[in-house]
Design a protein around this ligand. Structure first.
Ligand code: MRU
Length: 375
């Protein structure tokens, strides 16, 4: 993504060998780069949502394991230290698969090095693996864009080139991954190919990732969009104003149930009632092949109710402010995700192509996981 004339990924190592990320808590009003030096700083950045989005927290955790090895204290057994750091990273956010997946990938690498493991070798190898996780994430998202972009192009043809209206929830764009995004990658691919595409952007309470992040990155790319109140989508669908819905996902079971930002399920219900195609875009690192029933088994993060009670923005003078929305005495509950059953999903857009949101569809695309099913 171009920002101020320079191409950025969302995570990179700079010339001083420092881990850099974009602070997503201050967008869209400020573009601030943050450097993360320790595994504890990486954990804080993930839990406070300085970095967020399934793919990006996975990539960040991969680099977190590199920093953990680089800073392992001399007076602690290395393997024990790495196990503790891995557990702290995984505990930061429970719903997205990519986080535990990336940490496990780093732990498997360490385990493969055997008992003769030298710390300096481990540091170099973990760094190279973290780079590979990040590169793969970007490449998979690029492919998702190719497959999903064809869906948008086909609708455009059917409409004789009239505007295609896509509705999306939360932010599953460039900012949620290392590059391109999942749900927005098809939009960028179609737009870059000359398709007339417009996006309805759900504001996405309580953290407003749609209003603050999706709108910002679509605007930077030149894609026409309108931010809408979270509850507007059903009305737009009833009036033929949405051609398709594409959302991202934080965890998808092998049977096609998809956990995504709270409110996604309601959009899927409205889409089903109005015959609007509802797609979920994800790279393979977001699948949890061990689960089938997502409503029953995907852990749903519950965050601080203060995120519901207060809202952040800038005042007329441009200064950042948090303001209270409800009575001081009213408590709030804050579930961060919900699960959309596969039966409400038209298809899953992956780096390998598009499949049905069913066990047959998912394992048809990923047959190597057919033997690893438990629940
Ligand atoms: O809480 P977040 O902002 O990390 O959650 C991200 C989402 O739920 C997005 O909706 C997205 O689709 C999944 S991340 C690609």
């Amino acid at each position: 993504m171009l920002v101020n004339g320079r191409h950025y990924r969302t995570i990179w190592i700079d010339e001083r060998n420092e881990l850099c990320v974009i602070d997503q808590t201050v967008l869209p009003h400020e573009f601030r780069i943050v450097r993360l030096h320790t595994p504890a700083e990486v954990c804080r950045a993930i839990s406070s949502m300085v970095v967020r989005g399934a793919g990006l927290i996975g990539a960040t955790a991969g680099y977190g394991m590199w920093l953990a090895a680089a800073q392992a204290p001399e007076d602690r057994p290395f393997t024990l230290w790495m196990t503790e750091c891995a557990a702290s990273l995984i505990a930061t956010r429970p719903t997205a698969s990519n986080l535990a997946w990336a940490v496990e990938r780093q732990r498997n690498l360490l385990a493969s090095l055997g008992p003769e493991l030298r710390k300096t070798d481990a540091v170099a190898l973990l760094r190279a693996e973290a780079d590979r996780i990040a590169d793969e994430d970007a490449e998979f998202c690029r492919s998702i864009g190719q497959h999903g972009g064809e869906l948008i192009t086909a609708i455009s043809r059917r409409k004789s080139g009239e505007t295609v209206h896509v509705l999306t929830h939360c932010n599953a764009g460039w900012l949620a991954f290392v590059d391109y995004g999942s749900a927005l990658s098809p939009v960028y691919a179609a737009f870059d190919a000359g398709v007339d595409v417009h996006v309805w952007v759900d504001e996405t309470r309580p953290r407003n990732q749609g209003a603050s992040l999706t709108a910002w990155e679509l605007g930077r790319h030149g894609v026409r969009h309108d931010v809408i109140a979270d509850n507007a989508g059903g009305h737009l669908m009833q009036h033929g104003m949405v051609d398709l819905v594409i959302t991202g996902a934080d965890r998808v079971t092998r049977c096609g149930d998809a956990a995504n930002k709270i409110g996604t399920y309601l959009k899927a219900l409205a889409a089903a009632d109005n015959n609007v195609p509802f797609y979920v875009a994800l790279p393979s690192s977001t699948f949890d092949f061990s689960l089938c029933d997502g409503v029953r088994d995907i852990p749903i993060e519950e965050r601080d109710g203060e995120e519901v009670r207060r809202i952040r923005g800038v005042n007329r003078a441009g200064a950042a402010e948090h303001v209270l929305l409800c009575p001081e005495f009213s408590p709030a509950r804050n579930w961060a995700f919900d699960v959309t059953p596969g039966r409400l999903i038209t298809g899953l857009i992956t780096e390998r192509g598009i499949c049905a949101a069913s066990e047959e569809g998912v394992l048809g695309l990923y047959p190597e996981h057919a033997g690893r099913c438990s629940a």
